[in-house]
Every structure is written in C-alpha cells, then in structure tokens.
Design a protein around this ligand. Structure first.
Ligand SMILES: Cc1cc2nc3c(=O)[nH]c(=O)nc-3n(C[C@H](O)[C@H](O)[C@H](O)COP(=O)(O)OP(=O)(O)OC[C@H]3O[C@@H](n4cnc5c(N)ncnc54)[C@H](O)[C@@H]3O)c2cc1C
Length: 344
C-alpha cells in the first residue's frame, strides 16, 4: 500500500486548486482522477474576473482559447438588455488540463470507489493510505458518497439538470447571450462564443420544477435549438449531452476528521446562475490552507450568488471603460458542423 500525506480525489478546478496550494507548500500530495486529461467536462466555460484573480491568471499568457466579453446580453421574454460587465469564456477541455498541469502535483488515473477510515487517516480502494483526504470529485464524488452524504443530504429542489453541446462553429455574434425563463424554463439557456470558432450552447433548469410542470429538459432543448437555427447559429448541428449538479444549499459539515469536501461535491454552485468554477476554486484553496496552515475550513463567505460579482464588474467597468486590458475580444473560424467532445 502506498502512503501519502494528502490524497485529492478529482482533478477539476477544486482539486487542481487544492493541489497547487499543497504542492507549493511542499506537501506530499497525490491526485487521483478517473479520467486522463484533457478530458470532457460539460460546462459553458464562462469565468468571472474573480476567478481570473484567484487563479493569478495572466490572461495574455494563457495558452488556450479565451474570449473577454465587454457585456452580457440578457433576454427575458421580449426584453433584451445589454449588461455592461467584464466576463470571460474558456473551453473546459483545455482550461482544466492547464490548471492541473500548472498545479505541478503527481496525478494518477484511477476511478475511486471505496474509502475507509483508518486511525487518523483513510484507506482508498485498499491501495493508498493518506492522512488527509480532499473530496473534489464533482456531483458523484466518492468522498461525498462515503463520508458526507448522511451529514449533508442534498436538497432535491436545488438539483439542476442541463443539456449542452460545444461545437466548432464560425459564429458571427461575439456576445454572450443568456435567455431567462424562455418557454417557462425554470432556469436559462445560453450562447457562449469561444475563441477561434468554437461555441457552447445549452439549457439548464431546476429538475423538480421542470418535472412538476410536466415538462422535460429535452423539450426545452428542442425549443432552444429551433430558436438558434432561426437566428444565431443557422445550419449548426447539435447532439447535446446532459449533466446534473446541485446549487448552493445548506452545507453543514465540510470537514469530517481529516476529510474535506469541495466544489460540486459539496454542492457550492451559485444559487442564481449555477456558477460553480469560482466556488470550486475557492473551496479547494481553503481546504488546502486548512491542511497547510491549520486554518479553519469554512465556506460561509464562498458566495452563493453570481449577481454580486456581475454588479461589481459593472461598477468597475463604469469607472474604467472596457479597453485593451481584456484579451481577444472576438475570434473566428471553424466549420459549421458540430464536433462531439469525444472527438477532441
Ligand atoms: C452544462 C453546465 C454548464 C455550466 N456552466 C458553467 C459556467 O459557465 N461557469 C461556471 O462557473 N460554472 C458552470 N457550471 C458548473 C461547473 O461546471 C462546476 O460547478 C465545476 O466544474 C465544479 O468543479 P469541481 O472541481 O468541483 O468538479 P468537476 O469539474 O466536475 O471535476 C470533478 C473531477 O472529479 C473526477 N471524478 C469524479 N468521480 C471520480 C472518481 N470516482 N474517482 C476519481 N475521479 C473522479 C472527474 O473525472 C472530474 O475530473 C456548469 C455546469 C454544467 C453542468
């Protein structure tokens, strides 16, 4: 059996952020992920200026596709409003692999199943022993399943169901569009351009409310795809995939002995827009700090709302008009046919 001080399960933004802090502090850390990177992660890939700051990202040095938006186009019924705020889009396929590599921690491919408490630590699948364990495995995280499920049962009313597809497409409209409550969807649909002719479109909403209205997410997708075909993405071919995750509810217990829960595994995505990358990074960093410095691991101020970040960006933008500080405002190129993620 191999022994490490810290074992991280999951190499998404939560796991790689924790790994980076631990590695920098000289900890003996190993990260396990069931996939090899780069790997598909269903996500619109919209990131906020806070995420850029927290990751200490130099936008000009980022080696992959990145677009900076000077505004969001928000639609509600017949109302269409440009919201002046700075936001960015990346492709998760590239971004997560870059974050993980940057963390500099050893990574092994392994699908974690069983976790057993052992003295002051844990044994994982009978193959690894660790003193500290960080659960960063997303919605189906085995650390959540094995150690936290009874302590933090998930609230079904906060479950989000989504359908999305990221395709190569020579888009013409460079804005990020969000349609709220279209056709009664208890959520929103999105159009997020990526650099060099990639595009992410999708629909997401509260699973229970969609069901109790006698609808299903596929019907909402069909409506949305029809709308795109009539306007923004004529002739594009979509074959969407689904994923489900939980918005921020009560997270009573985030640490159990030497085990920590972070990101989607803890259900930390923002209540209003389902933004989960920022909360994943923040919680990963804090879990690592709790191990390195003995700091308390608390998530009370990991924001549950995205509008506060958007409002902050609007104020900043009002004070300093959008200019050359944002990188790559528009890209282009790419075929009009959809390319499935698994072809990448
Ligand atoms: C369709 C969609 C669109 C979204 N759009 C946005 C957006 O635009 N902006 C935003 O901020 N948020 C968005 N989110 C939310 C965001 O994607 C998540 O909140 C975020 O990825 C959470 O990061 P994480 O590190 O906690 O988990 P993840 O990114 O899910 O990473 C978990 C990792 O754990 C690994 N893993 C899982 N199980 C195991 C196991 N048993 N053993 C080993 N490894 C395992 C997985 O392979 C994965 O690499 C979106 C979500 C969806 C579904």
């Amino acid at each position: 059996m191999r022994c490490v001080d810290v074992l991280i399960v999951g190499g998404g933004p939560a796991g790689s952020s924790a790994a980076r802090v631990l590695k920098r502090a000289g900890a003996d850390v190993l990260l396990l992920d069931r996939e090899t990177f780069p790997r598909l992660k269903l996500c619109a890939g919209w990131i906020t200026p806070e995420v850029v700051r927290e990751l200490e990202m130099d936008l000009d040095a980022y080696p992959h596709r990145l677009v900076t938006f000077p505004r969001l186009r928000v639609h509600y019924g017949k109302l269409s409003v440009p919201v002046p705020c700075v936001q960015h889009s990346i492709r998760r396929f590239e971004f997560d692999a870059w974050l993980l590599e940057r963390a500099g921690a050893p990574v092994e491919q392994h699908n974690v199943r069983e976790i057993v408490a052992d003295g002051d630590g844990f044994i994982v699948d009978g193959a690894w022993r660790c003193r500290y364990l960080i659960g960063a495995g997303g919605t189906r995280c085995p650390v959540y399943r094995n150690l936290f499920r009874e302590l933090n049962p998930r609230a079904h009313e906060l479950q989000i169901v989504t359908l999305e597809h990221e395709i190569e497409y020579r888009w013409e409209d460079p804005d990020c569009h969000l349609w709220f409550c279209d056709e009664g969807l208890p959520g929103y649909s999105w159009y997020v351009p990526k650099e060099n002719g990639w595009l992410n479109v999708g629909v997401g909403g509260f699973a229970e409310r969609i069901k109790s209205a006698g609808q299903d997410i596929k019907t909402h997708w069909a409506h949305f795809a029809g709308k795109l075909d009539a306007g923004l993405t004529r002739g594009a071919h979509y074959d969407p995939s689904g994923y489900s995750y939980f918005l921020r509810g009560r997270v009573d217990v985030v640490r159990r002995d030497n085990a920590f829960i972070t990101g989607d595994a803890a259900g930390l995505a923002s209540r209003d827009l389902g933004e989960g990358i920022g909360p994943a990074i923040r919680s990963g960093v804090r879990a690592a700090a709790a191990i390195v410095d003995g700091a308390p691991y608390r998530l009370d101020d990991v924001t549950g709302m995205s509008v506060t970040s958007i409002a902050r960006s609007m104020l900043t933008r009002a004070a300093r008009p959008f200019g050359p500080h944002g990188r790559r405002r528009a890209g282009e190129g790419g075929a009009a046919d959809g390319l499935r993620h698994d072809n990448q």
